[in-house]
Ligand binder design. Sequence first.
Ligand code: FEO
Length: 173
Amino acid sequence: MLNNKINDAINAQINAELWSAYLYLSMAMQLEDAGHAGFANWFRIQFKEEQAHAEIFMNYVVSRGGRVVLKAIDAVPTEWKCPLCVFEDTLAHERKVTALINDLYALAEAEHDYATRGMLDWFVNEQVEEEETAKNMIDRLKLIGDNGFGLYMMDQELGARVYNVPAPLAAKA
Ligand code: FEO
């Protein structure tokens, strides 16, 4: 059984994951509109991954006899000047998500809820990957600068990304 403090904190995290999904969908639409179909594909997949993160938390709450409460999702930004700006915002956002996951982890420890702490291990590792990926994209885009061919090649590459169901959700299927 989940205690109320942990249940409420996970519900807040579910909302944060859905906001992340909404943010990445907005980025995908903006990139699509700017003619960067490959970058847009990459962010459509981020959108799906964030929905999956919310689903992992929801499944967990249900499995522990808790109650999922879905709240309103705040509006997201809708304008970015360039692909580099999009990835800079992505990195800044993922750093905030990492802090949220760390806070949740600390709460689970303080409440002696070791099952929740164990469930969060996957998210701790996932955040390392999310931050590293965004940082790599920024580094590459800085190298490319205003080289149109370089941007075109990267767009082609990101267009080939396919969605993989995250492990904790795949295990449920
Ligand atoms: Fe759900 Fe991008 O962290």
